[in-house]
Design a protein around this ligand. Structure first.
Ligand SMILES: Nc1ncnc2c1ncn2[C@@H]1O[C@H](COP(=O)(O)OP(=O)(O)OP(=O)(O)O)[C@@H](O)[C@H]1O
Ligand SMILES: [Mg+2]
Length: 263
């Protein structure tokens, strides 16, 4: 089997806050994600999803442990990591004063897409994401649905093999959320490795090839929906999630017995 596009080993992030003391936001996380796979990070508020994904995208420095994107380690080679991934979240910012087309050109350049192919790439993105009618409008004049299209196009502008979507559908209406899930599914079919975080059970069920249940910074289980069903005896993901999350303050042995990362 080919090497995973994304791999983490003992990835850990500790924050220190006066009021709460030491917060282990992400605790010894081991994950893999391969080409053509959507790995869902499913967890409640504060579970550690965003912190995990921000370490992978080099925005946050891990406290300990390692993470690789296309074989490049996030601390040792952050620039190579950034060239190989696109990061999208509902709060992904766009520059209001430039046009949609300029936005795509800017992000393709910053992420070092080959210069001679940039203009052709921009036209391809405009066509593919239905941006044609407003490609030359300034971003500040676009509706939120249009901005969403530009944001996704900007995320994939440099055609990276790895894509990270952090709760991308939270701010979207139903139709836009469906469209976004379809886009993510197509990117998977093209061979991208996709990490996708959500707290919405049905979304994880529909979209993800494997699901990692994250709770209080720890991965409690990883598997296909069928594997998770078999290991818990529950059918619905909500019941499966509760089954794992109920194990409060699990001992090392319990965590080990629950952890099932099957590439
Ligand atoms: N910069 C920070 N300083 C201190 N604590 C932080 C910081 N960022 C995150 N945390 C804490 O780390 C834990 C995990 O937060 P994180 O944002 O990763 O969770 P999440 O799973 O993305 O939650 P949500 O579903 O609400 O987005 C929480 O306890 C949070 O308060
Ligand atoms: Mg989050």
């Amino acid at each position: 089997m080919t090497d995973p596009f994304v791999e983490t080993r003992n990835l850990t992030k500790t924050f220190y806050e006066e009021s709460r003391g030491e917060v282990r936001a992400v605790d010894s996380v081991d994950l893999t994600c391969r080409s053509g796979e959507i790995l869902g990070l499913l967890g409640a508020n504060g579970a550690g999803k965003t912190t995990t994904l921000r370490m992978l995208s080099t925005v946050l420095r891990p406290t300990s442990g390692e993470a690789w994107v296309m074989g490049h380690e996030v601390r040792k080679d952050p620039e190579r990591v950034r060239e190989n991934l696109g990061f999208y979240s509902a709060s992904t910012a766009l520059y209001p004063k430039i046009t949609a087309r300029e936005t795509l050109r800017f992000f393709a350049q910053v992420n070092r897409f080959p210069r001679e192919r940039i203009e052709a790439r921009i036209e391809e993105l405009i066509d593919r994401f239905g941006i044609g009618d407003f490609a030359n409008s300034r971003v500040e004049k676009l509706s939120s649905g249009m901005k969403q299209k530009v944001s996704i196009a900007r995320t994939v502008a440099h055609d990276p093999p790895v894509l990270i979507f952090d709760e991308p559908t939270v701010a979207l209406d139903v139709l836009n959320a469906i469209e976004l899930r379809q886009i993510i599914g197509r990117l998977r079919d093209e061979g991208k490795a996709i990490l996708f975080s959500t707290h919405i059970m049905s979304e994880a069920e529909q979209l993800c090839d494997r699901i990692a249940i994250i709770h209080q910074g720890r991965i409690l289980a990883v598997g296909t929906l069928d594997e998770l069903r078999k290991s818990t005896g529950h059918h619905y993901l909500e019941e499966i999630f509760v089954h794992f999350a109920r194990v409060r303050d699990p001992s090392e042995a319990e965590v080990e017995s629950l952890r099932r990362d099957r590439p």
